[in-house]
Each structure stands twice: as structure tokens, then as C-alpha cells.
Design a protein around this ligand. Sequence first.
Ligand SMILES: NC(=O)c1ccc[n+]([C@@H]2O[C@H](COP(=O)([O-])OP(=O)(O)OC[C@H]3O[C@@H](n4cnc5c(N)ncnc54)[C@H](OP(=O)(O)O)[C@@H]3O)[C@@H](O)[C@H]2O)c1
Length: 252
Amino acid sequence: MKQKRKTILITGGSEGIGAQFAEAFSKEGHNLILVARNYIKLNEVKVRLENQYHNRIRIISFDLSKEGSAQKLYDEINEIKIDILINNAGFGMVGESWKQSIEKDERMVQLNISSMMSLMKLILKDMIERDEGIIVNVGSLGGFQPGPYIATYYATKSFVLQYTKAVAKEIKHTSVRIHCLAPGPVRTSFHTKANDYISRFSISTERCVKYTLDYLGTRKVVLIPGFIMRLSLFLPEGIRMYFIEKQKKKAL
Ligand SMILES: NC(=O)c1ccc[n+]([C@@H]2O[C@H](COP(=O)([O-])OP(=O)(O)OC[C@H]3O[C@@H](n4cnc5c(N)ncnc54)[C@H](OP(=O)(O)O)[C@@H]3O)[C@@H](O)[C@H]2O)c1
């Protein structure tokens, strides 16, 4: 390993894209703090990676969909210098918006927007003071247009995209770098939980994370893994919405 050992905070580090980030950073010998609700799954990742890569992993079982949770988490890890934040925990839900549970939508907004934003602000302040650090906010390709039958989720990811782009401009004179990872479909259990089905254009978590790591710490703010996904953004918004509506209706 050529790089200095870093400490990386990954929210949603127990499975899917977050666990893949954990694997990739462990391989490079870095120490990790993994946050998710399910302690057993977190512990499985910790034991597997520590045994394989001999790094140090702290796990924190924590629900980031509760009001004030980002500040509580920050207070718990306050004494630790975070070199990289992977702000990744999130979930989505397919269905007719008026039928979706308000409680679930509010939890989604709290997790995907409020906790993401607050955790970023708290850690970014420290990074700006030190003039070093990297933040990856995990958005989605869904954040580029409205999503019929997945409206709340796509809207939360629009926030992630626009917010990250704005903050990236504000901090461009510093050495801190911030990215919005905006993948199209990635093969994780996200889709089953969201009552969605997995697209045939989906990519692996390995490919998603490798693409991100290739650009980590560069000035490229928006990271979209997969040529087809990047190409799809050249279609007019109405056409993209038509395909999303058609696809999501199939999952109803
Ligand atoms: N998979 C895709 O196609 C795709 C595409 C674009 C963007 N994304 C985004 O990528 C991120 C990761 O998704 P994924 O596909 O890896 O999903 P996943 O496999 O379902 O993993 C989600 C992670 O977030 C954690 N999490 C969920 N709710 C939480 C809460 N309330 N508090 C703390 N942690 C919580 C989960 O652990 P616990 O359940 O134990 O808490 C898990 O570790 C999400 O932000 C998602 O929106 C995914």
C-alpha cells in the first residue's frame, strides 16, 4: 500500500454499494467506521474484512432516519478524524404516490435528504478547517428527472445532486473535494426492498465502486458509472420520464 492509512466513514456500510466501498477501502489497508441499523450484518462485514485485510473496523448500529440522528452520530465519533465520508445510506419505494405511507415517505426524506445533508455539513466543516478530505454523497441517476411511481425517492435524489453541485462550487478554492455518485441501477437488494425489479441495464457494485474510486478526490463532481447511463441523459426529459413510468408501472 502506497497511501497513508486513512479513516473512512461509510453510512449504509452493511450491504450493497456501501459494503463494496468497505471492501475496496479495506483492500487498500484503510480503517473504517461502518454505520447501518442491522448490527448482525455490520458485524459480518467487519469480521470478514478484518480477517482478510487486517485493518480496523468500528461498527455503529444506528438509525439515520430519525430526526437529529446525524448530529448524534457525529457526537459519537467526534474525536476521530474522518478523511473520507461515503454518505450512502438510503432507500426508495415504488408505488402510486397517494397510496404510499406518509410515515415511510417522511423517513425517506429524513434519511436520504436531512441526515445526508447534516452529516455532510458537520464533517465538511472539520475538513475545511484542515483543508483536506473527500465526501461522496450517493445520489442516483433518478435525481436527474421526475420519477413517476417512484416520485419521493427521485425527488430526494434530485436534492442530493443539486445540493452537492452547489456546495462543490462553494468549496472549490479549498483542497477538500466533494462528489455526487449518481448510479443507474446497481445489483443490490435495494430493488427488492423498494418493491421494484432490477433492470437489465444494471451494473455490479464492483463496477460502481471502481468507477467512483477512479475519480475520487478529483474535480469531477458528478460521477455516473456506465456509458449507457451517461448516454441516457442526452434524451429529452419527457422521453426519460416515459420510460421510467413504463418500467415502474410494471412493478406495481
Ligand atoms: N441499487 C441501486 O440500483 C441504486 C441506484 C442508484 C442509487 N442507489 C443509492 O445507493 C445507496 C445504497 O443503496 P444500495 O443499493 O447499496 O442499497 P442496499 O443494499 O439496500 O443498502 C442500503 C444500506 O443503507 C442502510 N440503511 C438503510 N436505512 C438506514 C437507516 N435508516 N439508517 C442507517 N442505515 C440505513 C442499510 O442497512 P440497514 O438496513 O441495516 O440499516 C444498508 O447498509 C442508496 O442511497 C441508494 O439510494 C442505489
